[in-house]
Design a protein around this ligand. Structure first.
Ligand code: VGL
Ligand code: ZN
Length: 179
């Protein structure tokens, strides 16, 4: 059984947001289309307190309950079955969806008989990567949907390195039309 895990599609990571990831708005329609191919659609949200050690590393972003933490208006959020909130503590980066504090993601996936996890969203180098590596450690088959993932880096070589590392760890890299 497969599930789609959408990482951090939130206003602050999109153009006009406080921690905008280049061209990230372009993954929204791709992810909207992907949602039609899954029965179980899960999403993470970066959900930080106003004061957190995380904001020593990053500009203030995705403060719990703020507009910046919200889903973009054109994202088909009504298809999401369960949201996992992460980074909710004041010393907790919460890069991985597996660090969600409202519900244990591993337990949720196991209870729902999920063995294949298709991952997309924002951003490749941090939350997508940590979530994918944790999923592999937990024994899930991981598919990264490359055209539905936005990256911070604009350097092609760095992006390739990230995908290579993820592939070496056991992730399969696919395109949305192959799903
Ligand atoms: C993220 C930096 C800080 C992410 C979250 O979603 O990849 N990156 N917080
Ligand atoms: Zn964050």
């Amino acid at each position: 059984m497969k599930a789609l895990l959408i990482i951090d599609v939130q206003n602050d990571f999109i153009k006009g947001g406080t921690l905008a990831v280049p061209d990230s708005e372009q993954v929204i329609p791709v992810i909207n289309d992907l949602m039609e191919k899954f029965n179980l659609i899960l999403a993470t949200q970066d959900w930080h307190p106003r004061k957190t050690a995380h904001f020593e590393e990053w500009p203030v972003h995705c403060v719990a309950g703020s507009k910046g933490a919200d889903f973009p208006f054109d994202f088909h959020k009504e298809k999401i079955v369960q949201i996992f909130y992460k980074g909710t503590g004041n010393r907790d980066d919460g890069y991985s969806g597996f660090e969600a504090t409202n519900i244990e993601l591993v337990d949720y996936l196991k209870k729902n008989g999920i063995s294949q996890l298709y991952i997309c969203g924002i951003a490749l180098e941090f939350c997508v990567k940590s979530s994918a590596l944790d999923a592999l450690k937990e024994g899930f088959q991981v598919f990264l949907i490359r055209d539905a993932i936005a990256n911070f880096s604009r350097e092609q070589e760095k992006i390739e390195q990230e995908y290579e590392e993820l592939q070496k760890a056991g992730a399969k890299i696919v395109l949305s039309h192959q799903v």
